[in-house]
Design a protein around this ligand. Structure first.
Ligand code: FE2
Ligand code: FE2
Length: 266
């Protein structure tokens, strides 16, 4: 049995998030003897979307696969990068004719086929194809044994995340929630062996409203009038999941939420 050790970093928010990831990653990867690192990058450029420069920076930092979500098209200059690097994903259940792909298969890092899938929720989110049906179709297209499948489920509703977790229990190795930027305390192994958390939480400033400066976020919520939102800097936190997976069975052996703080920028 080979144990595959995975690190999954939640939504990285702007420069604050990139800085804490860069600072934290080398020692964490050494401590946990990580084989594969995945991160959600949908907010990594200025808090909204990504650029080619920022995506390249994240890959150079030591991230093997970048997942995204509803903010992926905020900076359209990222679009040509999908053809250059298949390890940058957009949700699988977007319409098929959109740029990019919703999954990647990695064969060179561990001893079994290793799939990372990006999915987006349909409750309290922009209209999208059904994530449950998209996963049914995806699982029919890959071998049903001796493979590892990690899913980033980018969704707002905790109920939808719990439901998809149980729906896929025993069929995939990990279902990790992203998008709310707030970590939940329910990292666990579900009854049939799938590692699960409702939301990993962000890497960004805790002294904020989900990563952005508080003042305009509060005004925007009170008035409903759009306000410019800026990435916050104070009280940076790093939020991730460490999981160990049995490559023979694809089941999760261990799951742990990692939440660390660091000093402010400047
Ligand atoms: Fe996000
Ligand atoms: Fe999102």
């Amino acid at each position: 049995m080979q144990k595959v050790r995975v690190l999954f970093i939640g939504d990285i928010i702007g420069r604050t998030g990139r800085r804490i990831v860069k600072e934290t990653l080398p020692s964490l990867k050494a401590k946990y003897e990580i084989n594969i690192t995945i991160a959600n990058g949908e907010n990594s450029a200025g808090g909204f979307g990504m650029t080619q420069e920022v995506a390249s920076e994240l890959f150079e930092t030591g991230i093997d696969v970048i997942t995204t979500g509803n903010h992926i098209w905020d900076k359209k200059e990222i679009i040509p990068f999908f053809d250059k690097n298949p390890s940058l994903l957009r949700p699988l259940n977007f319409p098929d004719n959109l740029p990019g792909k919703g999954f990647v298969r990695l064969d060179n890092l561990v001893n079994v086929p290793f799939f990372v899938v990006n999915l987006q929720g349909k409750i309290l989110m922009p209209p999208i194809n059904c994530p449950f049906a998209a996963m049914d179709n995806f699982l029919k297209s890959i071998p049903d044994t001796k493979r590892i499948v990690i899913v980033d489920f980018h969704a707002e509703a905790t109920s939808e995340k719990r439901a998809l977790g149980f729906y896929l229990d025993g069929k995939i190795s990990l279902l990790l929630g992203t998008h709310t930027h707030i970590p939940t305390k329910d990292a666990e192994i579900l009854p049939l062996g799938t590692g699960y958390i409702t939301d990993v939480g962000m890497s960004g400033a805790k002294d904020s409203v989900i990563g952005m400066k508080k003042e305009n976020s509060i005004k925007k919520i009170i008035t409903g009038i759009p306000m410019p939102l800026e990435v916050a800097k104070n009280d940076p936190v790093f939020s991730a999941i460490f999981a160990e997976i049995d490559s023979e069975t694809g089941k999760c052996l261990q799951i742990e939420h990692i939440y660390t703080t660091t000093k402010n920028i400047e």
